[in-house]
Design a protein around this ligand. Structure first.
Ligand SMILES: Nc1ncnc2c1ncn2[C@@H]1O[C@H](COP(=O)(O)OP(=O)(O)O)[C@@H](O)[C@H]1O
Ligand SMILES: [Mg+2]
Length: 466
């Protein structure tokens, strides 16, 4: 089922999906990282500010002196954290650090704090990035003057660890989802294609001549058009096989009759005492042999035409040349039977694509019919009709009744009364026409008498000057 790597549907789907998911995944990662950082920063900043205010609460003025009352327990609470290093500093209006760190990162742009102002900023302390909140505590209303700068800072390790974890909390489920989808696709495609492998098993178990349609039941809709095509191919194939075997049976039957005749006549000749009887039987044998010879020749012709389908090379032909040449060949045998052949070239430009030899064979069959079944005159016509070129062989004989015109093209079909032929002539004509994209039609001859056979070719332009 895995099949060829390049054309495996499953592999293609998964590769496409993953290659689409990958950039999306990276984008999601980036968005998740920055947005979680933003929200975590905001939360951490708030707690930093809270600590700063709490520290500012501890600043007191005693007799004009700024002091800090920070018992150990409160100090622990304020400036202790499990992961981050916390530090603080309190600077009196005179600029002296009265509690905490001496080297606090400076306020941004070297500004000094105004009373009541709160600034949260990034800085560096001991070579590490830190975040600092600074508050200007006004001493108004006390016995001292000015503003006390209260600062609390912390390192960033807790924040970035949190941001990292928040990002993973978004990205990992997404990754799992993608993988699950890939697995689901792989599984789904395999399941979906199972009917196909069942079909394959059923097809490979078939006998060579089992051309019955493939069962559609249980196959996915996407495969239906494909299987329908296979079924229609099987249908055509089985029709072709059937008509082929019918043809073979008919041919065998047709051959059996003259052979039986020959045997019976030969036995009669052998047993007959009289010279005359033997002579008569031999004449019948010769006639049967002739019939058989004609039949075999026609069968071979038909086989040749069928085989030509694959090797056919069509050339640009001048209709008048081909028809005139064949007409000329048939004048002597026709005259011998008292039949006149006329050739009527109505348009000077009537080019067709064709195989000259096959087209001559086709005309020969039509003229032969006209001679056998027709009257005293045969007319060959070439003319153009729009985008078509029409070749016509017309006679003035009894013709074929309209109701029977379609049937005479079938192999071995002869109308009652005509005993000579094998019934393959018009079949050959039609197959040759088919090889040339031409259509054969039968109609009554001029004035309603006789038969006119039309072969309608697609016209092609005349060859340009060489
Ligand atoms: N020009 C024609 N006029 C009258 N009947 C014809 C003509 N051409 C063909 N037919 C009828 O059509 C039948 C089939 O013709 P064809 O296929 O050539 O077979 P065949 O000539 O071997 O009998 C003939 O048996 C004949 O009855
Ligand atoms: Mg014939």
């Amino acid at each position: 089922m895995s099949g060829d790597n390049q054309t495996s549907l499953r592999r293609q789907l998964i590769v496409r999906m993953l290659s689409m998911m990958l950039p999306l995944f990276i984008l999601l990662w980036v968005i998740a990282y920055f947005s979680s950082q933003y929200f975590i920063n905001a939360a951490f900043d708030r707690s930093l500010i809270r600590r700063t205010f709490a520290l500012a609460d501890r600043v007191e003025v005693m007799r004009g002196q700024v002091e800090v009352d920070l018992p150990v327990a409160a100090r622990e609470l304020l400036v202790f954290d499990q992961e981050d290093l916390l530090f603080h500093s309190i600077v009196n209006p005179a600029g002296r650090v009265i509690d905490g760190e001496l080297d606090m990162p400076r306020l941004p742009d070297n500004q000094s704090i105004r009373p009541g102002q709160l600034i949260v900023y990034d800085g560096v302390k001991d070579g590490e990035k830190v975040r600092v909140a600074a508050f200007g505590l006004s001493l108004k209303g006390t016995s001292a003057h000015g503003t006390v700068l209260v600062q609390v800072g912390e390192t960033l390790s807790h924040r970035s660890a949190m941001a990292g974890r928040a990002t993973l909390a978004i990205v990992i489920p997404m990754l799992l989802m993608t993988l699950t989808a890939a697995i689901a696709i792989a599984y789904g495609v395999r399941k979906g294609l199972e009917p196909l492998s069942r079909q394959r098993d059923r097809l490979s178990a078939r006998q060579a001549f089992d051309l019955s349609p493939v069962l559609l039941e249980g196959t996915p809709a996407e495969l239906r058009p494909f299987l329908d095509e296979i079924n229609s191919l099987l249908q055509r194939l089985s029709e072709a096989v059937e008509s082929q075997s019918r043809f073979v049976a008919d041919a065998a039957h047709q051959l059996r009759t003259p052979i039986a005749g020959i045997r019976a006549q030969a036995e009669a000749a052998l047993s007959g005492a009289r010279h005359d009887d033997a002579q008569h039987a031999l004449a019948r044998i010769a006639q049967s042999a002739q019939t058989m010879g004609d039949l075999v020749q026609k069968l071979l012709m038909l086989a040749r035409v069928d085989a030509a389908e694959n090797t056919l090379r069509l050339n640009r032909l001048d209709s008048a040349d081909v028809v005139r040449e064949v007409a000329r060949e048939w004048v002597p045998p026709a005259l011998a039977k008292g039949v006149e052949i006329g050739f009527d070239m109505q348009d000077s430009e009537a080019w067709v694509m064709g195989d000259a030899q096959l087209l001559r064979e086709m005309l020969a069959n039509l003229i032969d019919n006209a001679l056998r079944y027709g009257g005293t005159r045969i007319t060959l016509t070439v003319r153009r009709a729009g985008q078509s070129v029409v070749w016509q062989v017309a006679d003035d004989g009894p013709g074929i009744p309209a109701a029977q015109r379609a049937a005479v093209f079938a192999p071995f079909h002869r109308m009652s009364g005509s005993v000579e032929g094998a019934g393959l002539g018009l079949t050959i004509v039609q197959r040759i026409a088919h090889l040339h994209d031409a259509k054969v039609s039968l109609e009554a001859g001029e004035g309603g008498a006789g038969l006119a056979v039309n072969v309608v070719f697609p016209a092609v332009p005349a060859p340009g000057p060489a």
